[in-house]
Design a protein around this ligand. Structure first.
Ligand code: ZN
Ligand code: ZN
Length: 146
């Protein structure tokens, strides 16, 4: 069971994040943008904006018309991806939070674009790029860039 409040930080410790009532699972995206930004496997977990508290030198890159990808301005650790509107959910990086070490993988998208080295096992939900775009035509920044 996830704890009610989890705390995380970037590599250098300058950015601190707390999340109340966290999801307790992670999802993976293998789209080209997430591969480039993460440098490897992009995993994240969703959190409503009112549950997230952030302090420290956050910088953000506007990665599309809709979304930005945030990182620590001191050490460069990736923090989250998010649409640029106040009500938008965060997609937070689980590696910042020790509590997330136990969380299962629940979903994997853009499976058909995954590098050969990263075939993830398990009975989690999987969707190809086409299946995902059909289901969420406006939900993800990747639709802007296809
Ligand atoms: Zn840092
Ligand atoms: Zn992606």
């Amino acid at each position: 069971m996830p704890s009610d409040v989890i705390s995380g930080q970037c590599l250098c410790g300058a950015v601190k994040i707390t999340v109340t009532d966290p999801s307790g699972w992670v999802g993976v995206c293998h789209c080209a943008m997430c591969q480039r930004w993460s440098g490897s496997v992009f995993a994240s977990f969703p959190a409503a904006p009112e549950t997230v508290t952030v302090s420290g030198p956050v910088k953000a890159h506007a990665s599309s018309q809709l979304a930005e990808r945030a990182f620590c301005g001191t050490c460069g650790s990736h923090l989250w991806m998010r649409d640029r509107e106040e009500t938008a959910e965060y997609d937070l990086m689980p590696g910042l939070f020790e509590a997330a070490n136990d969380w299962p993988l629940r979903s994997e998208i853009y499976c058909d674009e995954a590098p050969a080295a990263f075939s993830l096992e398990g009975d989690h939900r999987k969707a190809t790029a086409e299946q995902y775009r059909a289901k969420y035509p406006h939900a993800q920044e990747v639709t802007d860039n296809v």
